[in-house]
Design a protein around this ligand. Structure first.
Ligand code: GTR
Length: 418
């Protein structure tokens, strides 16, 4: 029986949330597709089935989103160029390294800054993260070298003519509380992200792409993929650092570098765990929710971050054969941490939480705890997850704070003993 026109109209109106037009889909409250459904839809019900499925899932994210990783690894040559055994008032040894990544005659030079606690028994775990404004911004030590590579102009950080300067020394210490990390028994390693690949659209030509020669990945690897590939090579270099446990290096990143940290952790299983801080769209936030930054908008503004094939999903998120909980789940059974901020609506904190929950069955399959049964924090400054999947909602804006780091350290402590 056909519904009378008036009734049909009422029924349609009821489907539309207030404040939204009919074209805008309602925000997804669940992560779809099911994480335990294979590429062909076959259920994944054992650890063996997950292991067998994982490479195909990585391939899917490579092909549709980040671009295939290069077929071969680069050569890595790390040379120590500076050392202070009494940094941080004697609490740490600071070393600086020039890490040369090469293939054939092509070479890329990356400056790596490392702090290792002096008080230690055996090897210490470490956090490895890229920074946005240069190594000299993370701590006010005079000896930290200023990047000589391209940097986006920024008067606040004294960047002129695309060159960094002295004036920004120590300006980002709030985001890098190295003294806290060292006092809790962790090393910190960081490099300027632009050393690996400059953050602008040049058709995948400069930075790490230039070293790839005729590798088919050269034309299709998005910049996030290039940063992630670079991080994996910096992990190689960390094998040379005295006192640092290369088998317990957590990869950390904020915002676009939070997206990168998840992809680096997914593609290099040697990473101990991954931390995504306020990573949002293309990181931990579910694309299907279309809340805050969308798949369309992110590619309009940052076309170089992803492989060009990802553009087909702009305004067509439901066609994605995965969502961002798949990216998170690729960490299983290793731990993963997702951090949101309540004032960072653009990154969709709720979408980041729902993705972490949606990824959880991948850990449960391994007999590990994730965020099963957790509900979104009613108030900020709440940390969740005693198991392998951590989540927190901090109050405040899009940023990294000492509060965030204290939670990451608590999480690392819990996994350090296992
Ligand atoms: C924003 C972008 C986000 C996030 C952020 C950042 O402009 O829309 O996806 O990555 O930049 O990296 O700071």
């Amino acid at each position: 029986m056909r519904a009378p026109p008036l009734l049909l109209c009422v029924a349609l109106t009821a489907l539309v949330e207030p404040g939204r037009t009919q074209q805008e889909p309602a925000e997804a409250e669940r992560a779809e597709p099911d994480i335990l459904s294979g590429i062909e839809g076959t259920p994944i019900s054992s650890v063996d089935a997950w292991r067998a499925h994982r490479p195909a899932l990585v391939k899917l994210l490579e092909n549709e989103m980040f671009g295939p990783m290069p077929t071969e690894r680069l050569q890595v040559a790390a040379t120590e160029v500076e050392r202070d055994p009494a940094a941080l008032g004697g609490a740490a040894t600071r070393t600086q390294w020039v890490v040369e990544l090469s293939r054939g005659k092509e070479l890329l030079s990356v400056e790596l800054l490392v702090y290792v606690p002096n008080e230690r028994e055996g090897l210490v775990p470490a956090f490895l993260g890229l920074n946005f404004k240069g190594n000299h911004t993370v701590w006010p030590d005079e000896e930290i070298r200023v990047p000589r590579t391209w940097m986006a102009n920024d008067a606040k950080f004294g960047v002129k003519d695309n060159r960094a300067s002295e004036s920004a020394r120590g300006q980002r210490t709030a985001r890098w509380p190295i003294d806290l990390l060292v006092s809790r028994g962790y090393a910190l390693a960081t490099a300027y992200y632009g050393d690996l690949d400059p953050d602008f659209d040049d058709g995948f030509r400069n930075g790490l792409h230039a070293v790839l020669g005729d590798d088919p990945a050269r034309d299709t690897l998005g910049t996030i993929g290039a940063w992630a590939f670079g991080l994996s090579h910096l992990l190689d270099a960390l094998g040379k650092v005295d006192g640092l446990d290369q088998e317990r290096v957590a990869v950390f990143g904020h915002s676009r570098l939070g997206k990168t940290a998840l992809w680096a952790g997914a593609t290099d299983p040697r990473f101990w765990f991954a931390i995504s801080n306020n990573s949002g769209c293309g990181g931990a936030a579910l694309s299907r929710r279309r809340h805050g930054e969308t798949v369309k908008r992110i590619q309009e503004v940052f076309p170089h971050w992803f492989t060009t094939r990802f553009r087909r999903y702009a305004d067509h998120e439901d066609d994605l054969p995965f969502d961002q909980h798949h990216l998170i789940a690729l960490m299983a059974p290793r731990p993963v941490y997702v951090a949101s901020a309540s004032g960072d609506d653009w990154a969709d904190p709720r979408g980041e939480f729902l993705a972490a929950v949606g990824a959880t069955p991948a850990w449960e399959l391994h007999g590990l705890r994730g965020l099963g049964g957790a509900t979104f924090p009613e108030a900020p400054d709440t940390a969740l997850g005693e198991g392998s999947v951590g989540y927190h909602l901090r109050s405040g804006k899009h940023d990294v704070t000492a509060w965030d780091w204290a939670r990451f350290l608590d999480f690392a402590d819990r996994h350090r003993e296992r």
